[in-house]
Write a protein that binds this ligand. Structure first.
Ligand SMILES: *Cc1c(COP(=O)(O)O)cnc(C)c1O
Length: 509
């Protein structure tokens, strides 16, 4: 039987009396040697490692060197279907073929989210330094879930969390977790809030959560996953800048109390996804305090603007929250897969997540260091601290502050220029998102909506920049979100130029 076929057979059939006696022991040793040889490709030697590394670096260089000239959305690059033509089989397909598939079917199709021209949704860019951090994290494969096994990764995660907690203004009792993103960070916060208030099945239908029409959908998702779908929801009315009106919240809470209901959670945004609006956190915190509600702030988009003076002013009051979520893959420009949850009393997060098993009886804890597995839904986890720590340590904070200040000013700049170009604008930006639309002369709501929908599609097909839209009070509205470290003034000038051109071309049709 050829080796490959034999390797495929499960050991179950081989774990038999055939290995009995001296002859059996010899046969067993022979078989183990064969299997060791067959598995040898899993451990490349120094030369093979160099070959892999050179090929990987060459691929990323091919991409980064042409990134500036790439379409930010290129429909001609397909949808990665070529991947399906390379099925997983018994033998590998070789380094060149693998790299070719990555270049052609993975890196190019879809949106070039690494591009500075990515002004849609919430960009971030993806720092190269973090890619190197990920490489090192994977190469050492240190265990980041438990202090006992990975004291370095866990200290690193905890010191990053402490740094962000200080930025937010949280006390020493605070702690949290590096998650895969804002959505799962939000889930952890919601679960902590649920358990801190002892909510269970019988309470749900008379318990109330306060949010707004602009609340990110991950809050609703988290409530559902946390078993709280039956809870009552109140949408707090917004002012003309899409910020929650504190006096309206106060009235809602008072009315719910009169009805004998149980106000539980107030969720505010430090930068909504749609418009970048920052809720009046200080006033909302006072209401939460007065009524004993858990106050959660979604700062996934806006949180790292705390590194700027203007951001600190806009986010005043965030320190009074019970939990907060930030996304380093947005405001710290990390690659996707990095979120943060912080809870004012880390003990509440631990109360919801601290579990163990008999197979963990050898684990020793360090009273000074929280283990990530005790405050999150994960046990084994990606060593994601390194991708955040490495750029911060290597570069210092100065370039991050500068890039964030630049984004705030780019939004101000776009807000001016787009009005100059004749567009109708939404509120003056709180952070780095601007909403706007073109209203053709004499057009009614439907006609204006159709025009702007066609406009955003035309811009995407053109591909030089990538914008997205939203719907606000029935108005099809365009957004410009500046948050990539690669977005600069020339990008914004180009965006305005393209929008002008498209409107002129469209107006003739
Ligand atoms: C992006 C975002 C989220 C969700 O975060 P993910 O990292 O995409 O899971 C939540 N809230 C706001 C305000 C966001 O901008």
């Amino acid at each position: 039987m050829p080796l490959e076929e034999r390797t495929l057979r499960t050991t179950g059939t081989e774990c038999s009396p055939a290995w009995a006696g001296d002859a059996g022991a010899e046969a067993l040793r022979r078989r183990l040697r064969e299997l060791e040889e067959a598995a040898a490709p899993l451990e490349p030697d120094a030369a093979a490692r160099a070959e892999l590394r050179v090929a990987a670096v060459a691929s990323s260089e091919r991409f980064l060197e042409k990134l500036d000239g790439l379409k930010v959305f290129d429909e001609d690059t397909g949808t990665g279907l070529g991947l399906l033509e390379a099925p997983i089989s018994e033998v590998g397909i070789g380094l060149d073929n693998v790299m070719d598939l990555i270049d052609r079917e993975v890196v190019l199709p879809g949106a070039a989210t690494a591009s500075g021209g990515h002004l849609a949704y919430i960009p971030g860019g993806g720092l190269y330094h973090s890619a190197v951090g990920d490489f090192l994290a994977a190469a050492s494969n240190k265990f980041a879930g438990l202090f006992f096994a990975g004291p370095g990764p866990v200290r690193m995660e905890n010191l990053l969390l402490r740094w962000v907690a200080d930025l937010v203004g949280y006390p020493a009792s605070a702690g949290g977790n590096l998650s895969s993103g804002g959505s799962l960070a939000t889930l952890a916060a919601i679960v902590a809030a649920r358990d801190a208030h002892g909510l269970c099945g019988k309470d749900l239908s008379n318990t109330v959560v306060y949010l707004s029409e602009q609340t990110h959908h991950c809050v609703g998702k988290a409530l559902h996953i946390a078993g709280l779908a039956e809870i009552q929801r109140r949408h707090v009315p917004l002012d003309e800048s899409f910020r929650m009106r504190p006096e309206a919240l106060e009235e809602l809470v008072a009315e719910d109390l009169r009805q004998g209901l149980r106000p539980w959670l107030i969720t505010a945004a430090a930068g909504t996804t749609d418009t970048g609006a920052v809720d009046p956190l200080d006033a909302l915190a006072s209401i939460a305090e007065k009524h004993g509600c858990w106050f959660h702030v979604d700062a996934a988009y806006g949180g790292f603007f705390l590194l700027t003076e203007a951001g600190r002013l806009a986010l005043r009051g965030i320190a009074r929250s019970d939990s907060v979520v930030l996304d380093p893959h947005k405001g710290l420009f990390l690659p996707y897969g990095s979120g943060i949850v912080l809870v004012r009393q880390v003990a509440t997060l631990a109360a919801s997540h601290d579990y163990s098993g008999a197979y963990m009886q050898d684990v020793r804890t360090d009273p000074g260091e929280t283990s990530p597995c005790d405050v999150s839904g994960e046990l084994s986890k990606h060593f994601r601290a390194l991708r955040m720590w490495l750029p911060l340590l290597l570069l210092g904070l100065r370039p991050f502050r500068a890039a964030l200040q630049e984004k705030l000013l780019l939004a101000q700049y776009f807000y001016r220029e787009i009005q100059e170009a004749g567009f109708e604008v939404g509120p003056s930006p709180d952070l780095s998102i601007v909403t706007y639309r073109w209203v053709p002369r004499g057009a009614d709501l439907e006609e204006a909506n159709r025009f702007n929908q066609a406009l955003v599609e035309r811009v995407r097909r053109d591909g030089r920049i990538f914008l997205s839209s939203t719907s606000i009070d029935g108005r099809f509205t365009l957004r410009m979100a500046a948050l990539s470290f690669r977005t600069h003034r020339h990008t914004i000038d180009l965006a305005v130029k393209i929008l002008r051109e498209m409107v002129e071309a469209g107006a003739e049709r």
